[in-house]
Every structure is written in C-alpha cells, then in structure tokens.
Design a protein around this ligand. Structure first.
Ligand code: PEP
Ligand code: MG
Length: 325
C-alpha cells in the first residue's frame, strides 16, 4: 500500500479548491526518524518524549537527553519538530518513579499535572531541549493542559530555564515556540488570553474525544461507540478553529483521527490546516485530500447539521463517492 502512494511523496497536499494542507508526522523513538524522509512529512508535529523514558530502566540523565534530542533535530534537518514534554503518570508509569494508586488514572495525576507538582524532571527535560536546540529553532508543547494557569506555569518554567542558560553564557535556541495540546474540553473554553499566549495549539483528538464523550479510549466496550464525525464533536473542532483564528494562533490536529482520510478531510473542511499523523497515514490522507473540494464538503456538513443529523458521515461519504468518481 505504501508503494501505491510513493508517487505522492513529493506532491503537496492541495485540495481541488486550492487549499494547501500541511501534513506532519507523529514520532517518539529514533526508529521513527527515517520515516521523515520516506513518508513525505513536512515535519514532526508531535514528538512523544515519554517513549524515551518508558524504554529505560532508570531515569535518563540530562546529558543523555541532550544527545537524543540533538539527534532528532539533526535527523529533521531543518524541518520543524514539536517536542511534547513528558506525558506520563497513571497508566504510563515509569518503573523508576513512585507509583500512585488512583481510582481513575485517565482523570488522574498525569502529564503536566505531574510536571507542575514535581517540577524537577520537567525542568531537566526543558534544559535538555534548550541545550539540544542551540542555534536552532525549538518548539515545546505541553500535554493535558486543562486550564490557563497550568499553561502559564509551564511556560514560565521554560522562560526561566532560558534565562538561566543565558546567565550561564550558553548559546540559546535560535527561536522558541511554546504551545499546548488541547485535549480536555475545558481548554477550548479558556479565556482569550490563553489563546493569545500560546504560540501554537494542537488538538489531541484521542484524549479530547475520550473526555468529550466520556468514553474511555482504552475500553473496548465503549471506545468505538461515538463517531468522530458526530456533529457535536465537529462543532467543538469548529469552535476551536474559530477561537484560534480570532487570535491568529496556529492550530493543528495530532490525534489518531488525523490519519484517517475521511476524518482528516472533514477536519480540513472545518478549517484545520495542519494535520499530524503516523507516517504510514500520510500517503492515504494526501491522496484523498487532493481529490476533495473543501467548500463542497463543508456545505454537505452544514446541510447535515441543519437537517438535524447526529453524524455527518453519511452525507460526507456521498460527497466523497462523487469526488472519487
Ligand atoms: C491525543 O491525545 O490525541 C494525543 C495525540 O496524545 P496521546 O495519544 O499520546 O495521548
Ligand atoms: Mg493525549
């Protein structure tokens, strides 16, 4: 199947009505990096840094992390890499960290909550990122931000570490972007100032959907129950797009649904312009995007909504069947 899309690798993701999408890839291990060239991804929209911590028997040292992140940036060869800080806790437990018993791990002490309550590891990781990016652009993204003050506190940690490096006389990243994942519904309703402060936002659809529908993403009994093309979920995506447009905040979508061609086309129709997905999805997503007319797709979505349909899937599949001829 990869062969089938090989010819598309160097083609842009442009829709029939001339909208240019940016397709990035998700990564987390060194083994993923060769895909950057072979998949045709424009950059790494999500680098899940916890994988490097999970494959180790003990806490990596800062110097090791600097080496790893430097190799990631070397492999990216000037393409943008968005490093997400540690997304651990609850279900993703590090064997060398104290384990806490929690009744609802997915709703528990995880990700940025751990990072802010016990900032030692996050600080070390941020230092490593800053040092790895000497003279190059650095993009840092915080997972699981649920309200504005968490982003403010996490951002302050980065800014303080930058000042510390400066005081030490160390070289600094050439450019710094600090962003947030939007993966809890609450953040979509945050004060405007949050959207102004964030240099970019990425929708973590896996978690966002789980919390929006109150359906555990790990639970086979419920995980497929709610359609991503449910009009309520698409309306939330639409609202996030609007809020980001108001403040000029770059927005992307990096959950698994970004790698499903039909879903990806619908996100594009709602106004998303950057999608980040597993490398193998880039070909199929690009293939479909190049056949669709986003205005036509959007009109079908709006009509289905006006009709009171719960999911726009049927309407969308009709349009796509025509587009594919
Ligand atoms: C998400 O929640 O959509 C996401 C991209 O992050 P993860 O799957 O690592 O939770
Ligand atoms: Mg997530």
């Amino acid at each position: 199947a990869q062969k089938r899309y090989a010819g598309l690798r160097d083609q842009p993701a442009v829709t029939r009505d001339g909208v240019r999408l940016r397709l990035d890839m998700n990564a987390g291990l060194m083994a993923d990096l060769p895909s950057l060239k072979s998949s045709g991804a424009e950059g790494v929209g999500l680098f899940r840094t916890e994988l490097q911590f999970l494959v180790r028997a003990k806490m990596p040292r800062r110097s090791e992390l600097v080496q790893i992140y430097r190799r990631v940036l070397d492999a990216a060869d000037g393409r943008r890499v968005v490093f997400r800080t540690l997304d651990i806790g609850s279900d993703k437990v590090l064997p060398y960290m104290r384990q806490v018993e929690e009744p609802n791990p997915a709703l528990g002490w995880r990700a940025i909550r751990v990072g802010l309550d016990k900032p030692g590891v996050m600080r070390m990781q941020v230092q490593a990122l800053i040092r790895a990016a000497w003279g190059r652009p650095l993009s840092v993204m915080f997972p699981f931000v649920a309200q504005m003050d968490e982003f403010v506190a996490a951002r302050d940690i980065v800014l303080r570490e930058i000042e510390r490096e400066r005081a030490l006389g160390h070289p600094l990243p050439e450019k710094l972007e600090i962003g947030a994942m939007l993966e809890t519904p609450s953040l979509a309703f945050a004060p405007r100032h949050f959207f102004e402060m964030a240099d970019f936002i990425s929708i973590g659809g896996n978690d966002l959907k789980q919390f929006f529908f109150a359906a555990d993403r790990e639970n086979e009994l419920v995980r497929r129950r709610y359609d991503t093309l449910n009009i309520s979920f698409l309306s939330l995506v639409e609202m996030i797009v609007k809020r980001c447009e108001e403040t000029g905040t770059p927005l992307s979508f990096c959950g698994e649904d970004a790698g499903r061609p039909v879903e990806a086309a619908c996100f594009a129709a709602m106004g998303i312009r950057t999608l980040s997905m597993r490398p193998a999805s880039i070909g199929p997503v690009k293939h479909l995007l190049r056949q669709v007319d986003l205005r036509e797709l959007r009109a079908a979505i709006d009509a289905a909504r006006a009709n009171g349909e719960q999911s726009v899937r049927r309407a969308v599949m009709e349009v796509l069947a025509r587009a594919r001829g």
